[in-house]
Design a protein around this ligand. Structure first.
Ligand code: DQA
Length: 148
């Protein structure tokens, strides 16, 4: 089965306890289980990664971009957390590695503070899903399985 990367950026290890009124009560472990089950139903093997460190995330983007070029990975479901709004380095990594990315945000960033309205990731993403809670990850997996 081809791989699909499920990548979560900084602070998403705190899911379940961090601002539950915004991000809900699902933990990262529960979310990753949901992604593994959904991916399995779609004939994909979910490889789940989370880091609070930009360099580590860039290394994984390079690694899975190469796997995609080699035909062993269909792309990534990626919640960049606050890197969304700050990181040109992550924008460049996705573009450079040519990794197919569906950008997911649990909350509707456009209804929140103005500094969350701009994304450095969206211009290099195949698509974006915002504000649908953890269900957004499942929708993104479906999109990648269809070749989006
Ligand atoms: C987030 C939105 C970001 O603005 C925030 O920094 C996060 C989570 C979301 O999933 O809604 O860490 O990406």
């Amino acid at each position: 089965m081809p791989d699909v990367l499920v990548l979560n950026g900084p602070n998403l290890n705190l899911l379940g306890t961090r601002k539950p009124e915004v991000y809900g009560t699902t933990t990262l472990a529960d979310l990753e289980d949901l992604c593994r089950r959904t991916a399995g139903d779609l004939g994909l093997d979910a490889v789940c990664r989370q880091s609070n460190h930009e360099g580590q995330i860039i290394d994984w983007i390079h690694e899975f971009g190469a796997a995609q070029q080699a035909g062993t990975c269909v792309g990534a479901v990626y919640n960049p957390g606050a890197h969304t709004h700050t990181s040109i380095a992550i924008h460049d990594a996705i573009e450079g590695a040519q990794l197919r990315v569906i950008e997911v945000h649990i909350s509707n960033v456009h209804r929140r503070e103005p500094f969350r309205h701009h994304s450095y990731v969206s211009p290099v993403a195949a698509g974006t899903i915002v504000g649908l809670g953890v269900h957004g990850y499942a929708l993104a997996l479906h999109a990648l399985s269809q070749g989006s």
